[in-house]
Ligand binder design. Structure first.
Ligand SMILES: C[S@@+](CC[C@H](N)C(=O)[O-])C[C@H]1O[C@@H](n2cnc3c(N)ncnc32)[C@H](O)[C@@H]1O
Length: 277
């Protein structure tokens, strides 16, 4: 697969990339391999395998340590995977090298804000972004417009973003009397500090995301991720409740596509198709 893109000017990356550089070594242990991370990711994979087919060629944004890219490639899908964090990309490359060096995956360091610099002849059957990388982007319209040039007609986008209203989070922090934390997503923007690095995080509503991707992309499905399964900071609780957690996973299957519930989970998974204009 083609692994080069237009030569890029050497500009500083986003602050989020500096933060993720710092946690890259621990990311899989903290999230990918956690009970909650695994449960939420498997729900995403169900939709991914329904959406993309063997021999498709996918652009992955904010790929992190490459868990999804390696999964997709294991299913015969070629993946060109990008992330702004050099250390996350280094981890992804190491994992690929150690686990499955022959899989059709290329990992590259590139912020999502700069995908417009990819060579225009690079054309993809679809694009994918998992677990909140797009919440670090202030201008989703610009991303949508670049994707419109990179994704083929009828191509699909599968985008998983943190929601604006996470019911479990609101109830949990209200019960602890921490109302600021309970409502932190509700105004649509907050500053997050990760390992001492502060960066901006945006919480667009589903309607705002849909509008940002129109008119080139049409939203056709919406699935809640983390509707009954709690956010990942409740991992200790999940481990201490080995009987309840599997029940929550089953409940999640029931609620994930139900109106209202599907938009009040920790994340929402949105599928778009590229439409002709
Ligand atoms: C929560 S992690 C998710 C990683 C991966 N998609 C996963 O499912 O595990 C968010 C990722 O977004 C990346 N990221 C944040 N801002 C970005 C940007 N502006 N451009 C590209 N990647 C970005 C981070 O470096 C990090 O790897």
């Amino acid at each position: 697969m083609e692994s080069t893109y237009l030569p890029l000017a050497d500009c500083p990356g986003p602050a989020a990339a500096v933060a993720f550089d710092r946690i890259a070594q621990d990311y899989d242990q903290r999230f990918t391999d956690s009970l909650i991370g695994r449960a939420q990711r498997e729900a995403v994979w169900k939709v991914l395998t329904r959406t993309f087919r063997t021999n498709d060629n996918i652009l992955e944004l904010n790929c992190g340590t490459g868990e999804d890219a390696i999964f997709l490639a294991g299913n015969g899908i070629s993946v060109f995977a990008l992330d702004a964090s050099r250390q996350m990309i280094a981890r992804a490359q190491q994992r690929l090298q150690h686990t499955a060096p022959r899989l059709p995956v290329v990992f590259c360091e590139l912020p999502t804000e700069r995908i417009g610099e990819l060579r225009p002849e690079m054309q993809f059957d679809g694009a994918f972004s998992n677990f909140s990388g797009l919440n670090c982007i202030s201008d989703l319209r610009a991303v949508a417009s670049s994707l419109a040039n990179l994704v083929k007609q009828d191509g699909r986008l599968v985008l998983c973003l943190s929601t604006r209203f996470c019911l479990i989070e609101i109830l949990y922090y209200l019960a602890l009397g921490q109302w600021r934390k309970a409502l932190r997503r509700c105004k649509g923007y907050t500053k997050v500090t990760l390992d001492g690095v502060e960066f901006a995080v945006y919480y667009p509503t589903i309607r705002q995301i849909r509008q940002s991707f129109a008119p080139n992309f049409r939203l056709y499905s919406c699935t809640g991720i983390g509707v009954a399964v709690p956010p990942s900071y409740l991992e200790t609780w999940a481990r201490n409740h080995p009987r309840i957690f599997p029940l929550l996973r089953r409940l999640e299957e029931l609620l994930a596509t139900m109106p209202i519930f599907r938009s009040t989970g920790d994340n929402v998974l949105l599928c778009f198709e590229k439409v002709s204009r």
